[in-house]
Design a protein around this ligand. Structure first.
Ligand SMILES: NC(=O)c1ccc[n+]([C@@H]2O[C@H](COP(=O)([O-])OP(=O)(O)OC[C@H]3O[C@@H](n4cnc5c(N)ncnc54)[C@H](O)[C@@H]3O)[C@@H](O)[C@H]2O)c1
Ligand SMILES: [Zn+2]
Length: 375
């Protein structure tokens, strides 16, 4: 409980008129009606979710919405990254129009990052913009994708290339929902938790080293603490740089490497996003150490921590066979964070000291990748 005796904490994302609260705690799905009642422009919502999440969490959400006098419909998508495409976006938009949503109807995204990104994008463009409430149910979505307003879909050219910034009106991060999340998905989300510590919070890394195991095993109090710390970090970064002109780029730590590996393995079950990020974090630190920017010991601590959490830390054993450094490099160069042809990497001077490194020498990066890929 927090000081007011509530089973959640409240954070603010400071974006002026587009600012919003993030509630982190327990029982937030079952009490969502109370939090939404005074916020919605009209007592009507469409809940967008996927089949896995609906099986556990749609009924309690529907009950609290009904209890608060909020009329609602539900759209249940197929689970999985494949739903984040043009075809599913079109189907969702048609469905919303069939339901005769009005400009003041809100969308509630109940699910992981796939639901949040797709429903969020639909909210951004349906009737030129509907209010959106994020109810993230995966660890990844709670600490990352539900906060910050990035929404979008994938195309055959790559991930998240079509989208919009559309900030939610409220985020309800109920750590109780993590009880039904498959363990592999939980671990993948944990990689993003570690990312925040590595970017700018060395004491949080020490906390994770001591408590990560309990968190992964189901300790709700520790889950709540970690989600709160991450959301606070993301809220601060987004408040300072909504559209990624500067410091928000730090959130890409581990992601330029990670996206390249995801793209090589086909964005599927072979390598989950968070698993690719785990390898990317280990690589970002190992490369930083190789360049003499950070101590070898820090790179080792990062790698060992990821491994202890059951996450991969090396690209050497990637599913689908060994990849060449040029394959990885070319995928890195296709990443949309490329500026003027050179990948902008996020590197580190130590744990909690990430920075934006421009003009990294391609030759050194290639040599590093060659070693990393050969294991
Ligand atoms: N918008 C952003 O800022 C941002 C940031 C990071 C990632 N993303 C996107 O997020 C997506 C990944 O998100 P994700 O890892 O949450 O994937 P996801 O939405 O596919 O969820 C992972 C799996 O867990 C299931 N699931 C989710 N919550 C559950 C629960 N409580 N109980 C049981 N099953 C549950 C889902 O059905 C799915 O099968 C990617 O598309 C990525 O691009 C967006
Ligand atoms: Zn990520």
């Amino acid at each position: 409980m927090n000081e007011a005796g509530e089973r959640h904490d409240r954070l603010r994302v400071d974006l002026g008129a587009r600012g919003y609260d993030i509630l982190v705690g327990e029982d937030l799905v079952a009490t969502a009606g109370r939090h939404l009642a005074g916020l919605l422009a009209q007592p009507r919502a469409v809940v967008v979710t996927d089949g896995n999440v609906a099986a556990h969490w749609l009924e309690p959400l529907g009950r609290t919405l009904a209890g608060a006098g909020i009329a609602h419909d539900a759209v249940v998508l197929e689970a999985g990254e494949r739903s984040k495409d043009y075809a599913h976006l079109e189907r969702l938009l048609d469905r919303l129009l069939d339901l005769r949503v009005e400009r003041r109807t809100s969308l509630v995204a109940l699910g992981g990052g796939v639901v949040g990104d797709l429903a969020g994008f639909a909210a951004a463009i349906a009737l030129r913009g509907l209010d959106l409430v994020q109810v993230p149910t995966s660890l990844l979505a709670q600490v990352d994708s539900s906060v910050g307003g990035k929404t979008g879909i994938n195309t055959r050219h790559g991930k998240n290339l079509i989208g919009a910034f559309h900030q939610p009106r409220l985020v309800l991060a109920d750590v109780g929902t993590l009880d039904t999340l498959p363990p592999r998905e939980l671990r993948a989300g944990y990689a993003e938790v570690v990312k925040y510590a590595l970017i700018g919070d060395a004491p949080f890394f020490s906390w994770l080293a001591a408590n990560g195991r309990d968190l992964l095993a189901g300790d709700r109090r520790k889950r709540r603490h970690a989600v709160l710390v991450c959301c606070r970090a993301k809220a601060t970064i987004v408040g300072a740089d909504e559209r990624e002109a500067g410091p928000r780029a730090l959130l890409n730590l581990g992601h330029t490497f990670g996206h390249a590996l995801e793209s090589l393995t086909g964005y599927g079950d072979a390598l989950l996003h968070g698993e690719a990020v785990a390898i990317g974090l280990a690589l970002a630190f190992a490369f930083s150490a190789r360049l003499g920017l950070c101590a070898d010991e820090d790179a080792d601590r990062v790698r060992r921590h990821l491994e202890a959490a059951g996450l991969p830390s090396s690209p050497a054993g990637l599913p689908g066979g060994r990849r060449s450094p040029d394959e990885v490099l070319s995928r890195m160069e296709q990443d949309k964070k490329v500026v003027g042809g050179e990948p902008t990497l996020i590197l580190a001077r130590g744990i909690g000291q990430a920075f934006v490194a421009r003009g990294v020498e391609r030759r050194k990066l290639r040599a590093f990748l060659a070693d990393a890929l050969s294991g």
